[in-house]
Design a protein around this ligand. Structure first.
Ligand SMILES: Cc1ncc(COP(=O)(O)O)c(C=O)c1O
Length: 366
């Protein structure tokens, strides 16, 4: 039996007619950039999240890049983030000519450890970018408090956390801005690249709207340097269809995660859900010192797995010039040696779930 990490063909099958209809409507309209579908999606998503503004952009990396641009970083400014994330989070800081400053993660959630943040703040620190890793909230209330005390911004990288909550609020909505990715493997996904920035601040929303279209306030009236990063009409139309299903898909992910945890907790470190969080299990990531062996064993059983992430960012070649050394972020480094993401997607069958569980138990019993 083969178990994929995710199966997008299966994912789209039950809503294929709705998707086709939405795409056809856009094709027939002749309007493909920044039209009514983008506007409607932005409004519907803002309402779903309980936020004031959503600004659709080209992808999740651009969402971070535009958010950084909106707070007007200067060369040499510093931005604090986690070393245990996808490269984009820190990459965009460096691309904006600022300096990524890493602090280690918590051992249980693998989210940025808020207790380590204040020590990393200097007079050059302009922002903190926590990542809601694997679909569960970082301790955003503590991070927001620290940021407020020091007068700096918080950009919540919510690429993996759409629909997840912390203390009853949707992730991405309590910081200065939140960013989303609708990459095809994300919990709410486009059929291509897409992303968005969330904010409750009218001025920032206006700034973001201009930044995504060459800094234009009106056609051919450019007030600042910007980008070309727009959410396509066709992707917005498809996302509108899929947004109606997100809660059900996230609920099913949680259900699968509960079954996994119940069955596997005596064999591996299963994900810890922090108090106050509604986790949406973008990834179900276990930890074991026998990770590589287990991965090979599961591969031979037809089970796909992934390592998020094999190398913490402070040890990536691209960030060597920052001067970090191995041993500086021991929790992230240990996690990189132990993490293994198992298949988790709403359409998984009971047989597939059982096959994953039985194979892992078999591995540890053999
Ligand atoms: C934590 C995180 N940040 C940023 C991104 C970038 O998003 P995108 O691939 O849409 O540019 C991703 C996803 O790929 C991600 O997982």
């Amino acid at each position: 039996m083969k178990v994929p990490l995710i199966d997008l063909v299966r994912h789209h099958k039950p809503i294929l007619d709705e998707l086709n209809e939405a795409a056809q409507k856009v094709i027939a309209s002749g309007r493909y950039i920044l039209g009514p579908e983008v506007k409607a999606f932005e409004e519907e998503l803002a309402q779903y999240l309980g936020a004031k503004h959503v600004v659709g952009v080209g992808n999740g990396t651009d969402a971070l890049r535009l958010a950084i641009e909106a707070i007007r970083l200067k060369p040499g400014d510093e931005v604090i983030t986690t070393p245990f994330t996808f490269v984009a989070t820190a990459e965009i800081i460096a691309v904006a000519c600022a300096k990524p400053v890493f602090v280690d993660v918590e051992d249980d959630t693998l989210n940025i450890n808020p207790d380590l943040i204040e020590d990393a703040i200097t007079e050059r620190t302009k922002a903190i970018i926590p990542v809601h890793l694997f679909g569960q909230g970082a301790k955003i209330e503590k991070i927001n408090d620290i940021a407020k005390k020091h007068g700096i911004a918080v950009i919540e990288d919510t690429a993996q956390g759409i629909g997840a909550e912390r203390h009853g609020k949707k992730l991405g909505t309590t910081g200065t801005m939140g960013t989303l990715s609708f990459f095809p493997t994300k919990n709410l996904s486009a059929l291509g690249d897409a992303g968005a920035v969330i904010t409750n601040d009218d001025d920032l929303a206006h700034m973001l709207v201009t930044l995504r279209i060459h800094g234009a306030e009106a056609k051919y009236h450019h007030v600042r340097l910007g980008f070309n990063s727009r959410l396509d009409e066709i992707q917005a139309a498809l996302l509108r269809v899929k947004l109606r299903h997100i809660d059900e898909w996230n609920r099913r992910r949680r259900e699968i995660a509960a079954v996994y945890t119940d069955a596997l907790k005596d064999y591996v470190r299963t994900p810890v859900v922090d108090e106050g969080n509604v986790h949406i299990f973008h990834q179900y990531t276990i930890r074991t010192e026998r990770r590589d062996e287990l991965r090979e064993y599961l591969g031979n059983k037809g089970i796909a797995t992934a390592i998020h992430y094999p190398v913490p960012l402070h040890m990536q070649p691209v960030f060597q010039s920052l001067g970090y050394k191995e041993g500086m972020f021991p929790i992230a480094e240990k996690a990189a040696r132990e993490v293994l993401s198992l298949p988790v997607f709403p359409e998984m069958t009971e047989e597939e779930i059982d096959h994953v569980i039985n194979s892992i138990i078999e591995f540890f019993k053999k």
